[in-house]
Design a protein around this ligand. Structure first.
Ligand code: NAD
Ligand code: DAU
Length: 342
C-alpha cells in the first residue's frame, strides 16, 4: 500500500511513520510536512536511505503540490495529521489554525475526490467534545462543544471530512484521541515542557488550581489504533481513542518531579488558560469492540520511559531552551504569573 502521512515530522506523525515502517515493512510511506516550528526532520533520520520512504516538504494548503504528490506516488491511503496543534497558540493567533486545520483539510479532501484516493483518515482530538464534569466519558455521539480556536478548527475539519463522505461518497474515517505522551513531543506541551524546565531548575507553570484532568495515552498506542482504523475502520465512522489514564495536572507534575529527583518548590500556580476545559475522559469501547484495539502501555511505565528519553536526548530539545522560543515561553510565563490571582 502507498500511504501519505501529513504532518509526519511532528510528534505523533513521526512516531507513526516509524510505527508503520516496523509494522508494514512492504508499504511505501510518503511524509509530507511544512516543517513549522513543531516539525523536525531529525525525527525521521533513521529512515534516511530507505527506498520506501519519501519526504516532501510542503504545505497541505497548496493544492497543486498535493495533487502532484498524490498522483506521482499513487497514494492509496492518507493519514492526515498535519495541523497547528497547541491550544495556547490558538488563543494568541487563531488565523493559522483555521487556514491549516480547516482549509488545509479541505484541500486534501478535494484532491482525494479528484484523484480517487481509497481511504482518508482524519486524525482528530477529544477536545472537539469540550469539557466534562467530574463523571462520565466522551462517546462518539457526545455533542461537539469545542472551547478553543484550536478545538473549533478540528471540529470543523471533522465535519467537513464527514460531509465529503456523505456528499461525494469518499471513504473517510475520523479518529478522536485523548492526550498523547512519548518521545519527540515539542516542549511547549505539558509533559515535555515540565521535564525541560525541571532539568534546568526553572519554574513549572501550572495553570489555575492544577485540578484539570487529562486522559493520557502513549503515542505508540495511538499509532497502533490509527493503523487499525486505516485498514479496518468502517467508512464514514468516528472512533474515539483513549487510554483510561486520567490524571490531574498537579498530580502529573508532582510525579514528573519525583521521577527527575527535583523539588516541588519549582511548581508555580499561574493564571488559568482562557476557556480551559476542566476534564477529558474517553470511552474507547467502540474501537475496542470493532477493531480489538487496546493500549499496550501502562501510564506509569510509559511516563518513566518518556522522562528517560528526554533526559537521554538533550540535543533533541536544547535548541528550544534558548533564543526566540525561550523568549516566547518566558514572556508567556511572566504574563501568566502577573495575571495570577494567587
Ligand atoms: P505537532 O504540532 O507536533 O505536529 C504537527 C505537524 O504538522 C508538524 O510537523 C508541522 O510541521 C506540520 N504542519 C503544520 N502545518 C502544516 C501545513 N500547513 N502543511 C503541512 N504540514 C504542516 O502535532 P501532534 O501533537 O503530533 O498532533 C498531530 C495531529 O494529531 C494533529 O492533527 C492533532 O490535532 C492531533 N492530535 C494530537 C493529540 C496530542 O495529544 N498531541 C491528541 C489527539 C489528536
Ligand atoms: O486532548 C488532546 C489534545 O491534547 C490535543 O488535541 C492537542 O493537540 C494537545 O496539545 C493536547 O491539548 P492540551 O491543551 O490538553 O495539552 P497541553 O499539553 O497544552 O496541556 C495539558 C494540560 O496542562 C492542560 O490542562 C493545560 C495544562 N498546562 C499546560 C501547559 C503547557 C499547564 O498547567 N501548564 C502549562 O504550561
Amino acid at each position: 500500500m502507498n500511504v501519505l502521512i501529513t504532518g509526519g515530522c511532528g510528534f505523533i506523525g513521526s512516531n507513526l511513520v516509524h510505527h508503520l515502517r516496523a509494522r508494514r515493512p512492504d508499504w511505501t510511506l510518503v511524509t509530507l510536512d511544512k516543517l513549522t516550528y513543531a516539525g523536525n526532520l531529525e525525527n525521521l533520520a533513521a529512515l534516511e536511505g530507505d527506498p520506501k520512504h519519501i519526504f516532501v516538504r510542503g504545505n497541505i494548503c497548496n493544492r497543486e503540490l498535493i495533487e502532484h504528490v498524490v498522483g506521482l506516488y499513487r497514494i492509496e491511503g492518507i493519514l492526515h495529521l498535519a495541523a497547528e496543534s497547541h491550544v495556547d497558540r490558538s488563543i494568541l493567533g487563531p488565523e493559522v489554525f483555521v487556514q491549516t486545520n480547516v482549509l488545509g483539510t479541505q484541500v486534501l479532501l478535494e484532491v482525494c475526490k479528484a484523484i480517487g484516493v481509497r481511504r482518508f483518515v482524519m486524525v482528530s482530538t477529544d477536545e472537539v467534545y469540550g469539557s466534562l464534569g467530574p463523571t462520565g466519558a466522551f462517546t462518539e455521539s457526545s455533542p461537539l462543544q469545542p472551547s478553543s480556536p484550536y478545538s473549533a478548527s478540528k471540529a470543523a475539519a471533522d465535519l467537513v471530512t464527514l460531509a465529503y463522505g456523505r456528499t461525494f461518497g469518499l471513504d473517510v474515517v475520523v479518529t478522536r484521541c485523548s492526550n498523547n505522551y512519548g518521545r519527540y513531543q515539542f516542549p511547549e506541551k505539558l509533559i515535555p515542557l515540565m521535564i525541560v524546565n525541571a532539568l534546568h531548575d526553572k519554574p513549572l507553570p501550572v495553570y489555575g488550581d492544577g485540578g484539570n484532568v487529562r486522559d493520557w495515552l502513549h503515542v505508540e498506542d495511538h499509532c497502533e489504533a490509527l493503523l487499525g482504523v486505516l485498514e479496518r475502520g468502517r467508512s464514514g465512522e468516528v472512533y474515539n481513542i483513549g487510554g483510561g489514564a486520567e490524571r490531574k495536572n498537579l498530580e502529573l507534575v508532582r510525579g514528573l518531579l519525583k521521577l527527575l529527583g527535583k523539588s516541588e518548590e519549582l511548581i508555580r500556580f499561574v493564571a488559568d488558560r482562557p476557556g480551559h476545559d476542566r476534564r477529558y475522559a474517553i470511552d474507547p469501547s467502540k474501537i475496542r469492540k470493532e477493531l480489538g484495539w487496546k493500549p499496550a502501555h501502562t501510564f506509569e511505565q510509559g511516563l518513566a520511559e518518556t522522562v528517560r528519553w528526554y533526559v537521554d536526548h538533550p540535543t533533541w530539545w536544547e535548541h528550544v531552551n534558548s533564543g526566540a522560543y525561550r523568549e516566547y515561553f518566558d514572556s508567556q510565563y511572566r504574563a501568566r504569573l502577573g495575571a495570577s490571582p494567587g
